[in-house]
Design a protein around this ligand. Sequence first.
Ligand code: AMP
Ligand code: FE
Ligand code: FE
Ligand code: ZN
Length: 283
Amino acid sequence: MTPFRADLHCHTTCSDGSLTPIEIVKLAAEIGLKGLSITDHDTIAAYETATPAAKEAGIDLIPGVEFSASYRGNNVHILAYCFSLSNEHILAFCKRHQARREQRNHEILELLQHNEMPVSEEELLAGLDTPTSTPHKTIGRPHIAQAMVRHGYVTSVQDAFSRYLKEGKSCYAPGEPFSVEETINVIHRAKGTAIIAHPHLIDRRSTVRHLLQMNFDGLEAYYARLPKEREAEWVKTAQEKGWLLTGGSDFHGSVKPNIPLGCSWVNEETFRKLQSRMAKSGD
Ligand code: AMP
Ligand code: FE
Ligand code: FE
Ligand code: ZN
């Protein structure tokens, strides 16, 4: 029998992934995953179609989302799980993120214009590689990078990031920052579980140290293709704190072709623990 595996971190066309929610659920079933959480950036729109698809495919789905936050100018990603999909705090927070992103995308397009690489707001909306019919879709730097490739300003999405869109580069705009503390509070008000996403990717060690003192419920120790010995450091840290340990691939489909769905996962014990928190969140 295939062992129980659940991937708790992946992205769909509702944010910057290349597969639709239904396609990702089908793929999860095909590769033998038993559990899944879809964690699009700042939106839970995927669940509208993923929930019935998961039921049909026999996949256990846990509500999730990946919120962008900022700590002293450092980008921090926070995973939220186990909230109710109709929770007003989560829905309102996602809405505020969409407004933040609209403003920020506008700022980035202005910077591109100044650098003689015009991309119009219309084409950003119309020319997405992914279906535009998706409601509440999160548009971010990866979509801007794709438009830059189409115009021939850069050779690849990676090239767009490293030359122009990365933090500190000429066309980077941070947007209105949402604090880590506020994000944790929203998640907890929604009776959700707040997890530090991919802590090894956080730029400054001091930021990580400060985050570890905050009111998180866990951290993401199993991540994409992170080597086992690096994983072990985070497992130890979480265990010392009595925190939950989560994990997932951070699958984005063809956007990150070297990272397949299910390349990192959690076992049945962890998944059931999260499911029991779900029961307590009133969904
Ligand atoms: P945003 O949420 O708009 O700030 O965009 C962040 C997203 O862009 C991340 O979740 C990644 O999917 C992607 N990303 C970040 N850095 C890079 C990079 N250097 N190259 C390619 N994609 C990146
Ligand atoms: Fe992403
Ligand atoms: Fe992330
Ligand atoms: Zn992610």
